[in-house]
Write a protein that binds this ligand. Structure first.
Ligand code: PLP
Length: 390
């Protein structure tokens, strides 16, 4: 069996078109966009073209796109760039660690932080954000799609609340970008982070939308790059790759590719749920489906260790994740699932399947063939099963 990669929320491969677009900028067109000679001008033109594509992607002005090193930098910039001692900051307990650890750091320097908990279905309730507002609240940050459950957060409603209260609103859209229709004006945000490697672009490059007039202090200072918002010679091949990836993502949304991915995800999910002692984390609110990114499902399996199942599937050629990639290898259960109210045993026994845009029916067939065998085997030998049975 060829390998089946179902860990797209950790990272994605380049699309061939992205690779081709980047290729000239490593060698023949290696110029520095700040140089005034022809080589520099060619690099500048490539960065400008990518900026125009990203502006279309975000639905913003070219001058509102700041290229950076990815999601972590965008998230950190929003928090460190806006918050000062005495400010109040509202975020959620299901954010990526790029937000959570930055929030911890500003909390140590005198910013009050409120972490809103999700409902059991993984949703953040906008009414809770409304209730948490204080006169000193300066920033609200809520993710678009959760990396572990895929649950889409009601960012438009939160954007309206932030607007009415006159507070800044940042969206970590790293997992939503390329998967759902995107429009920062509709979202009503001032800042929005995306990362190329989650949408079939290269690693180590991303963009932050910064609405005109947002008083954001840069994280990096030095040269005058990116209108003084992010110093450092531009990663030209990376930026070109991000531009191409954004163009391809816009096209695939129009072509209905995500609907096809959703159908594959649903077939995969239904197939796994035929096994006894399984269920979806964050898919449902009672009998009402919760909106999710089309490619993601997070499933619990009773009476086994999630990590053991990840390894067993890997040995059979299937790549999935037991939580966010940044935490794999650690034995701590997922903070997202814990915040949703799962107990530690069930959180540890949960797996995330996240499909690539290029996933096929054959991939789903392969996974549905292997998972039941692996689960049955692990349950037969699992100390967790023995413990609960006894
Ligand atoms: N935010 C979310 C929701 C993510 O899933 C990730 C990566 O997993 C990041 C931020 C960090 O992005 P990057 O890997 O580009 O730093």
């Amino acid at each position: 069996m060829t390998r089946v990669y179902m860990d797209a929320n950790a990272t994605t491969p380049l699309l061939p078109e992205v690779m081709e677009a980047m290729r000239p900028y490593w060698m023949e067109r290696f110029g520095n966009p700040s140089s005034i000679h022809l080589d520099g001008q060619q690099a500048r033109a490539a960065v400008d073209r990518a900026r125009a594509t990203l502006a279309e992607f975000f639905n913003c002005h070219d001058a509102e796109v700041v290229f950076n090193s990815g999601g972590t930098e965008g998230d950190n910039t929003a928090i460190f760039g806006l918050l000062r001692p005495g400010d109040h900051f509202i975020t959620t307990s299901i954010e990526h660690s790029a937000i959570l650890r930055a929030a911890d750091r500003v909390a140590q320097s005198g910013v009050e932080v409120t972490f809103e908990a999700p409902t059991a279905s993984g949703l953040i309730d906008p009414a809770e954000i409304q209730r948490a507002l204080r006169p000193e609240t300066r920033l609200v940050s809520v993710m678009l799609a959760n990396n572990e459950t895929g649950v889409l957060q009601p960012v438009e409603e939160i954007g309206k609340i932030a607007k009415a209260a006159g507070v800044f609103f940042h969206i970590d859209a790293v997992q939503g970008a390329g998967k759902v229709p995107f429009d920062v004006r509709r979202f009503g945000c001032h800042l929005c982070s995306i990362s190329a490697h989650k949408m079939h672009g290269p690693k180590g490059v991303g963009a932050l939308f910064v609405r005109r007039g947002t008083p954001l202090e840069p994280l990096l200072v030095g040269g005058t790059h990116e209108r003084r918002q992010r110093a450092g010679t531009e990663n030209v091949p990376g930026i070109v790759g991000l531009g191409k990836a954004a163009e391809m993502a816009m096209r695939s949304l129009e072509d209905g590719i995500m609907e096809r991915v959703a159908r594959l995800r649903d077939r995969l999910e239904a197939g796994i749920l035929e096994l006894a002692g399984t269920g979806v984390n964050g898919g449902w609110d009672g009998d009402k489906a919760v909106p999710r990114a089309a490619n993601t499902t997070n499933i619990w399996f009773d009476n086994l260790e999630g990590e053991a199942l990840v390894i067993a599937l890997d040995l059979k050629g299937i790549a999935v994740s037991g939580g966010s990639a940044c935490h794999s290898g650690a034995t701590e259960p997922s903070h997202v699932l814990m915040a949703m109210g799962l107990d530690k045993t069930r959180a540890r026994a949960s797996l995330r399947f996240s499909l690539l845009k290029t996933a096929t029916d054959a991939d789903v067939d392969d996974v549905l063939k292997v998972v039941p065998e692996a689960v049955e085997h692990l349950r037969a030998i699992s100390p967790v099963a023995a413990g609960t049975a006894g």
